[in-house]
Design a protein around this ligand. Structure first.
Ligand code: DQA
Length: 141
C-alpha cells in the first residue's frame, strides 16, 4: 500500500506556533512519527506540506493513479477551500481527514470543514495519534 500524507499551511511551524493548542513537538517530529507508523504497518508513504492552496490541489491531482490513499490535514484551508475537496472528489482516492486540535471546541469559524463530506473518516483532536489512526483506517479499507 502506498499513501500520501498532505499537510496544509502553518503545520511546518509545529513546535513554534501556539504550543498550548498544537503542543511542543516539531513538524520534523510529526514526519518521523508518520514514517515510523508506516514502516511498522508495512506501508509506503510520501509526506507533502505546503502553505499554498494551489500546490495542495496540484499534489492531490498528481496522486491520481499513484497512491492508494490520502491522509490530509488541510489546516486553515479546511474551513475555506472548495478547491481541495473538489480535487479529492476528482481523483476519487480514499481520503481520511486529520486535525491535531479539536476544531469543534474552538472558534466557530473552525466548526465548518469542507473536507469532511468527501473524507471516509475524520480523526479530530487526537494530536499526532490522529495520523496513526488515519493511516490504519486506510489500511483497513
Ligand atoms: C488544524 C486546525 C485548523 O483550524 C487550523 O487552521 C490549523 C491546524 C489542526 O490540525 O488542528 O492550522 O487543522
Amino acid at each position: 500500500m502506498n499513501i500520501l500524507v498532505i499537510n496544509g499551511p502553518n503545520l511546518n511551524m509545529l513546535g513554534i506556533r501556539e504550543k498550548s493548542i498544537y503542543g511542543q513537538k516539531t513538524y520534523g517530529e510529526l514526519c518521523d512519527f508518520i514514517l515510523n507508523t508506516c514502516r511498522d504497518d508495512g506501508i509506503d508513504v510520501e509526506i507533502f506540506q505546503s502553505n499554498h492552496e494551489g500546490d495542495l490541489v496540484d499534489k492531490i491531482q498528481q496522486a491520481y493513479g499513484v497512491f492508494d490513499g490520502i491522509v490530509i490535514n488541510p489546516a486553515a484551508y479546511t474551513h475555506t477551500s472548495i478547491a481541495i475537496p473538489d480535487a479529492l472528489k476528482a481523483v476519487n482516492i480514499p481520503c481520511v481527514e486529520v486535525h491535531l486540535s479539536d476544531i469543534y471546541s474552538r472558534e466557530e469559524f473552525r466548526h465548518v470543514s469542507y473536507v469532511s463530506p468527501v473524507a471516509e473518516k475524520s480523526f479530530i483532536g487526537h494530536g499526532f495519534a490522529g495520523y496513526k489512526q488515519a493511516i490504519e483506517h486506510l489500511k483497513g479499507l
